[in-house]
Design a protein around this ligand. Structure first.
Ligand SMILES: [Fe+2]
Length: 406
């Protein structure tokens, strides 16, 4: 299976691969962990077990192909996730949810019907189902990351890094234009349209993401430690997916937008805007733009820590083959990057009629754009136009940052 690049598979084959990816995540869970709620602002894990199939079933079979429901209560129960403000957790109990076997029976029946009817579904909707599932493969990883280690089956251990903090230069980016958004006709989510060009004045940007080691200076100066750090007997550790490791000083620090902004202020710099990120990542000294920071070659393992390559970050200077034309490192993979840009519509935005709330519900000035991708981001979501967004104080995301001088 690993020998065929995913991009060349049919959509049906790609959906099968994505299902294997999400099925494998649930197999990591110890018995009863399904009823845990590892992140207070998200549902219990049992919701996601039903949600992935309910989403595809509702979208493709029920709403598009008018197939009668065989379980209206589950169609509704598992239809949409939640994103309350931090601290406003849901209060349901495990006993409020159906049994695992009831959910698995619903899933089997939904999946069988979807597979029977998939050839009748518009390509765009199969793309939506596929990418929705792959996005959940990443957000499920955030949830599982926050489960106690004894509720996960894997014997994997998190990587230990030996690097030390070096100096990271600020790289000058000359004024120029940059293209935001997806080209007409290609698949993209509603928030990736319409494609447009933005002029970006000159600025300088950090060659590397800010590391745990650099952030340690900020913590020593009085800042609170990030969610991914913990301390035992005076020594700092990184809370990895499967184990704690001594804090990897040369790996990117994962922080909230609020923490990234505070660090930038402390350092006398700023977070890049979405347009500055695009200019540094995809612009070239010659003036043309690239599909990926490294050029036009599709993402592969030599270009970065993404596409489920691992569970935890690598050092910020570990993937030089992915540097952008301006010499900026790791703009894709090894941690999303916070931008200073609030999530909002591009000019000409038109909500997907079959999923009107996907983006529009978050145009609320309470979410910020992240670009790039993490170790758990699928290769297809590394496209230039893809936009991710989270609340500024949500601490569970594999989100890094770098600084600019304007
Ligand atoms: Fe979802």
């Amino acid at each position: 299976m690993a020998t065929i690049p995913v991009a060349s598979r049919t959509l049906r084959g790609r959906l099968d691969c994505a299902r294997e990816q999400t099925d494998a995540l649930f197999e990591l869970l110890a018995p009863n962990a399904l009823y845990s709620r590892p992140i207070p602002e998200r549902h219990r894990l049992i919701f996601y077990l039903g949600h992935l199939e309910a989403f595809d079933w509702n979208l493709i079979c029920r709403k598009t192909l008018d197939v009668p429901s065989f379980h209206p209560a589950f169609d509704k129960l598992f239809e949409f996730g939640i994103d309350p403000p931090v601290g406003k957790a849901a209060e349901d109990q495990p006993s409020d949810w159906p049994t695992t076997s009831e959910v698995l029976a619903y899933n089997r029946r939904s999946r069988d019907r979807i597979d029977e009817l998939l050839d009748q579904a518009p390509d765009q909707l199969v793309h939506v189902a596929l990418e929705h599932r792959l996005m959940h493969a990443e957000t499920l990883a955030y949830l599982l990351h926050n489960l106690p280690y004894d509720q996960k089956n894997s014997r994997a251990v998190s990587q230990v890094h030996a690097g030390s903090v070096g100096q990271s230069p600020m790289i000058p980016i000359p004024p120029g234009s940059t293209t935001l958004g997806q080209e007409p006709g290609a698949f993209g989510w509603d928030n990736e349209f319409a494609r447009h060009t933005v002029h970006v004045p000159g600025f300088a940007i950090g060659k590397h993401k800010i590391t745990n080691g650099q952030y340690m200076d900020f913590v020593r100066d009085g800042a609170a430690p990030p969610h991914f750090w913990t301390r035992h007997d005076g020594q700092w550790f990184y809370r990895g997916m499967f184990s704690e490791t001594p804090l990897p000083f040369n790996a990117p620090v994962y922080v909230t937008h609020v923490e990234a902004c505070a660090y930038a202020h402390w350092a006398g710099k700023h977070l890049p805007t979405e347009a500055q990120f695009h200019r540094a990542a995809y612009g070239t000294p010659e003036g043309h733009e690239r599909a990926y920071p490294w050029g036009s070659a599709p993402p592969d393992a030599t270009r970065g820590n993404f596409d489920f390559a691992g569970w935890d970050p690598v050092d910020v200077d570990a993937t030089p083959a992915a540097d952008s034309a301006f010499g900026v490192a790791q703009l894709v993979g090894n941690g999303w990057e916070w931008t200073a840009t609030q999530f909002g519509p591009f000019p000409g935005f038109d909500a997907f009629p079959f999923y009107p709330g996907y983006s529009q519900n978050f145009f609320d000035e309470e979410h910020y754009v992240m670009k790039g991708g993490s170790a758990r981001t699928a290769a297809c979501l590394l496209r230039r136009s893809f936009r991710n967004w989270f609340r500024p104080d949500y601490p569970y995301v594999y989100a890094s940052f770098r600084l600019v001088e304007n």
